[in-house]
Write a protein that binds this ligand. Sequence first.
Ligand code: AMP
Ligand code: MG
Length: 337
Amino acid sequence: MKKRIFSLLLALALLLAGCNLLPDAGARPRELSESSIWAMDTQMDLRLYGDTDGTVMTELTATLNRLDRTLSATAADSALTALNESGWTDDKDIVYLAANARRISEQTAGALDITLLPVSRLWGFPTDSCGVPAAGELEALRDNVGMDKLTLTDESVSVPAGTKLDFGALAKGYAADLCRARMEEAGVSGILALGGNIQTVGTKPDGSDWIIGVQDPNDTGRYILTLRLSGAKAVVSSGDYQRYFMQDGVRYCHILDPETLAPVRGSLRSVTVVAEEGLLADGLSTALYVLGREAGTELWRQRGDFEALWIEDDGSVWVTPGLKDRVAEGDFRVIEP
Ligand code: AMP
Ligand code: MG
């Protein structure tokens, strides 16, 4: 478990290095404002350009804190906990997230499944006492799991007793979308690092590209590759190095395969999705991690509304052709179109 905590701290330090400490040549000091908060179980670093009186920063912070209070699966007084206890909610954020989770789940052969909360808990996530559960205990949860347990209307979400939802795979992407919309409305550009989710908005004051680092899962102290991106983009990574525990030499990560109810195992170390919409990028990154590189590549061929980057355990990096010319530094191979 120490390893997991260390990995989390390191990831945190890297995010700071990747987003807060990148040089911002071209920004006059009065144009730049920065803030760091802790919300949704992670460090969030906000860097805004042009928020001259600080109003937008205040609003974004309020939005992130609201989502934190609404979507916490652990807080006793969150709207999500109320849903998980009573089986019903009309909370607007939850209704929106549940509808989108179902859409992405349908598009990814069920790889995204927001009903896995009791299964995550049985494996010990997000506590410090993780471990491999008895097979019988896992199977006993199966009846409560599955996207078909959700009943959605335009205004409400209902689940049967025993089914409990977790928006950990999507919530930060959704938060980034809300922040981005407000920033665009106010004419403020910037870069938001919401845990592992990066959201760029508008252009930098000097017109240069945003530079985003993708962590090396084998050595989280370095970037395996950096991307040069322009405009508003969500860049979201999912991988086995973010939260995990080791038992008998095996790594068990926090992303679960809905078919096996066990942490995803395979050769894939991480997937990074680049898309216009944060919620989609976040949901897809988790789903693509479950699917593995081959099925993920097939999905990319069918869609065309996202780009992606896969890192395998042999250190190879695969990018979709749309990212080829966006790589600032790092070795990679290009996926066949
Ligand atoms: P992410 O870091 O965005 O890939 O999301 C991982 C988080 O989503 C985990 O910490 C769990 O809370 C939850 N989760 C794990 N496996 C899945 C899955 N297959 N589908 C949806 N959510 C999941
Ligand atoms: Mg995700």
